[in-house]
Structure formats: C-alpha cells, structure tokens
Design a protein around this ligand. Structure first.
Ligand code: 4AD
Ligand code: MG
Length: 466
C-alpha cells in the first residue's frame, strides 16, 4: 500500500505506532555493528527526525550509498525514542536513495563552513541549519507583514520597479536600457538620444516605491508596498545591499506623531510574531551564535521607544565626544548621523530603540514636510540596537508652493515629477509614511552580523553570483 509523505515538522508531533513515509536530506549517519542512525532533515523545521536501521544483508548495500547530504525516502514505523532529544523516531523498513552525495567532493567539509565560504556554495547554503532557520524566519516575517497591514485595512499597492524618477534624489540608480552600449545613438547636440531607448526616455530601477505610494494613499487612504528596491551606492558595509526589500506604508491624514505610533506598533508586532511563531529557529540562533538574542527581542517589545529631536541627539553625542568617546566621524549640528552615532544613542545612552525626528532639511529628501524654523523637516528615523537605522520616514510636504520651491532649490528636474506634484494641486492632504528595510529587520530578528546572510542571493558591489 502506498502511503503519503509526511513532513518532519508534522512527524515529530505524532504519537508512536503509525506507519510513515519521510523524505529529506541526510544530516549525519552514525552507528555500530548492528544498527545505523540517520538524522534526516527536510527543511520544514530546524529539527531532524532520527531514522533507525538494522544492519543486515538487505540494508547494508543501501546504507553504503548513504552519507551526509544524500537525498532519501524512508518508510517505517514511528516508535518512541529511547535516546534523548526526540519523542519519536522511525524504525526503517524500506529506504530509497533518490540522490547520492559524494563524500569526497562534498562541499561542506568541517574545516570551512564560514558564512563567507557558504555564500559561494549556493546549493548547500540553504541546507545548513543556520540558513534553514534564517530562510524560514524570512518567510514568516513576510507573512506577518501582510497580515498586519491587512488586519488594519491597508491596501497592498504594487509600485513599479522601472521608473524615470529618483525618489530619494541621491542619484544612486541602476540604469535600465536596451540601447547598444557599443554604439549609443546620439542627438544633434552629441548627447545620448534616449528617445531611441526602450521607454523613450532615460529609466532606472527604483530606489523606493514611495512616490507612487503617495498617489495610492491620497486616493485609497492607507496603502503599503512590499517589494525589491535597488541602490547603486558603493557602500560595502554589513548593513547595505544593492538589491534589498522594503516595506513602505503611506497614510492619508497621519501626522508625524501618528506615523511614529504606527512604526513602533508595527515593528513590535513583527518581533512578537517572530518570538511566538518561530521559536525553534530563534532559539537555535540564540544558542549557536548570539546568547542575548531572545533577551534583545523581548526587550524591544516590552519597552517604549525614546522619541527625541535630532538637535537633542546631537547635544548628547557632542557631550559624549567631549567626555572622550571616540567616534570615527565628526559630530556637529547638520551632520548626517553614522551608524556608530545611532548605536551610541541606542545602546549606550538610552539602552532602548530611539525615534529621532526634526532632522536638518539639507540631509533629507525633498518630499519631507518643512518645519516653520526653515531649517528642519518632519523626518523620523527609527534606530535599533546592533543595527542603527532600521526605518526611515516622514510626514510629507503637502503644500504645493513649498514642495515646488524645494524641488527647484535642490536643482532637481521637475519634468519627471509633475505627476507626483499633481497630488498637491488637486485635493492635497496631510499624509505620512515610512520605509522599513526588510533585511535590516531580519538582521535584528536573527541576530546575524552581516546583511548578506539574511537574503538568499545577496547583491553587493562586484558580486551578483547565481
Ligand atoms: O531611509 P530610506 O532611504 O527611506 C526611503 O527610501 C523612503 N522612501 C521610505 C519612505 O518614507 N517610504 O530607506 C528606508 C529603509 C532604511 O531605513 C533601511 O532600513 C533600508 O530602507 N535601507 C537599506 N537596506 C539595505 N541596504 C541598503 N542599501 C539600504 N538602504 C536603505
Ligand atoms: Mg534613511
């Protein structure tokens, strides 16, 4: 009689007695003269199921083909386990080898399993305990994000990946073109003739879905985007990717305080969700790499975030520098904060997450609402322990005249932004929003040190493998 495969996560919840079929990849094989023990993992959980095989003339040839990494199917009876660590195990009656795994050429020899090395073995990386845990967490977090916004009635808006506008105005965009780079068409003035390009103008991959998101919010009320974004900034740091995922909610009628309230509630919800639904994986990462992980996660959900003006933050940092704290980058009013400064405020000074507001307008994007002082804008950055900036957002400039003046002042081209400025011409409304870097969130939730290790296929300067 054929029986259906049961996933390991479900097997381990069953009572002894049932006949089952498990399929997966061998983690380890050990044993003695009479008996072999195989630890089998199928990716459904960090836990393995133990397979017990009697050694005899029938099983020996099959066992000889099995080593770490082999893909097998095992049929047998679920029995109570005598060994510690698991309630049940499988007494094998039939084993089928789907794919052998040459132990000599096996890419994961004990001597080199560093994260750097693993990034070069694309097929093995997700089969390790660590990346299994990370990839399951990543998937669960994505689900929790959709669930959160849907429960609040936000509309999921799909914003374009190819765009003609630079939302952040930082000029870090990857150009998208079908022009022949060996033979670029030129106009009479000798400039590249983008009219001949695919879209009839110069286009790039988006750095943010926000501008289009604002069009959604000023019609539907509350929207969010969740998609990949691309930045050609040459920052080779453990917190930057050239391709990363961002969640951008945008809400009509929210002021900066309501924006901060939402950001704080959102991120606490996600951390709580992880602790409640991904406990095995988090506990594994805690025990293996980061003994303070669980405590740090619990700390965030049980504390009120500090809300602080940028100007006050600078005073604290200046006082610290005066007292001998060494910063690599200088601190002064007007300076863009580096992650060392953000982490000093969060980890050393307050000991909890900080939402910094009222940034100088010159270090922030054109769309932020200008304060009456003429110097600052209603920006908000959420700063986290170990990470620094995890969220960036603001109340938006809703006044047409002020927005246009700012675009001109920054020397930005209005041609590709008129569709955006129109929202301020026809029924403008106060509104706010923010962007959460998905991989920064995952850095926090997993305790990993390098952002390349929380995304399946990282893209960074000089690196686009697989
Ligand atoms: O602060 P940023 O640049 O803000 C925006 O893009 C706004 N349009 C968001 C909005 O208001 N709707 O980016 C938002 C977040 C950062 O706080 C950070 O978490 C993440 O995106 N981020 C990156 N993550 C990984 N690699 C990079 N290169 C990142 N750049 C930003
Ligand atoms: Mg930012």
């Amino acid at each position: 009689m054929e029986i259906l495969r049961t996933k390991v996560i479900d097997l381990l919840k069953k009572d002894a007695g049932e006949e089952v079929l498990a399929k997966g990849w061998v983690r380890t094989k050990r044993g003695n003269k009479e008996i072999a023990f195989i630890a089998l993992n199928d990716g459904s959980t960090i836990k393995n199921v133990q397979i017990v095989v009697d050694k005899n003339a029938e099983t020996e040839p099959v066992l000889a083909r099995i080593s770490t990494g082999t893909c097998i199917g095992v049929r047998g009876k679920l029995v109570e386990s005598v060994g510690s660590g698991q309630a049940v195990e499988i007494r094998a009656s039939e084993i089928e080898v789907y794919g052998e795994c040459d132990p000599v050429r096996y890419p994961l020899q004990k001597k080199d399993t560093s994260f750097e090395y693993l990034r070069t073995v694309a097929h093995m990386r997700p089969r390790t305990n660590t990346f299994g845990a990370i990839l399951r967490l990543r998937s669960q977090m994505a689900y929790a994000i959709h669930e959160y916004f849907h429960s609040k009635g936000f509309v999921y808006l799909h914003t374009p990946l190819i765009t003609a506008s630079d939302a952040e105005g930082a000029g870090n965009m990857f150009q998208v073109t079908t022009l022949d780079l060996e033979n670029v068409p030129r106009n009479k003035k000798g400039k590249i003739d983008y009219a001949k390009d695919f879209f009839g103008k110069r286009t790039s991959l988006t750095v943010s879905g926000q501008l289009e998101g604002e069009l959604g919010a000023t019609a539907l009320g509350e929207i969010y985007t969740f998609g990949p974004t691309f930045r050609a900034e040459n920052s080779n740091t453990p917190r930057h990717l050239a391709e990363f995922w961002m969640i951008e909610p945008e809400m009509a009628f929210y002021d900066i305080t309501e924006n901060m309230d939402l950001a704080e509630d959102f991120i606490k919800h996600l951390v709580r969700y992880a602790l409640e639904n991904c406990r095995d994986d988090i506990q594994f990462l805690n025990d293996r790499y980061d003994p303070e992980l669980v405590a740090r996660l619990e700390g965030v959900i049980n504390t009120e975030f500090v809300r602080l003006e940028y100007t006050e933050g600078i005073k604290i940092l200046e006082a610290a520098a005066a007292n001998g704290v060494q910063f690599e980058y200088p601190v002064f009013w007007g300076a863009d904060l580096q992650s060392e400064h953000e982490r000093y405020l969060v980890e050393k000074h307050f000991g909890k997450p900080v939402i910094l507001t009222g940034y100088p307008k010159d270090i922030k994007a054109f769309y932020m609402k200008q304060n009456p002082d003429g110097k600052t804008v209603r920006a908000m950055d959420v700063l986290f322990p170990k990470i620094g900036e995890i969220i960036g957002g603001s109340e938006r400039e809703a006044d047409l005249g002020k927005l246009e003046a700012r675009i001109d002042e920054l020397g930005m081209s209005r041609t590709n932004l008129e569709w955006y400025v129109d929202t301020r011409r026809f029924g403008s409304c106060p509104h706010s929003g923010f962007g959460l870097g998905f991989e920064r969130l995952l850095l926090f939730v997993t305790g990993m040190q390098n952002i390349r290790d929380v995304i399946p296929f990282p893209r960074t300067p000089k690196n686009a493998e697989f």
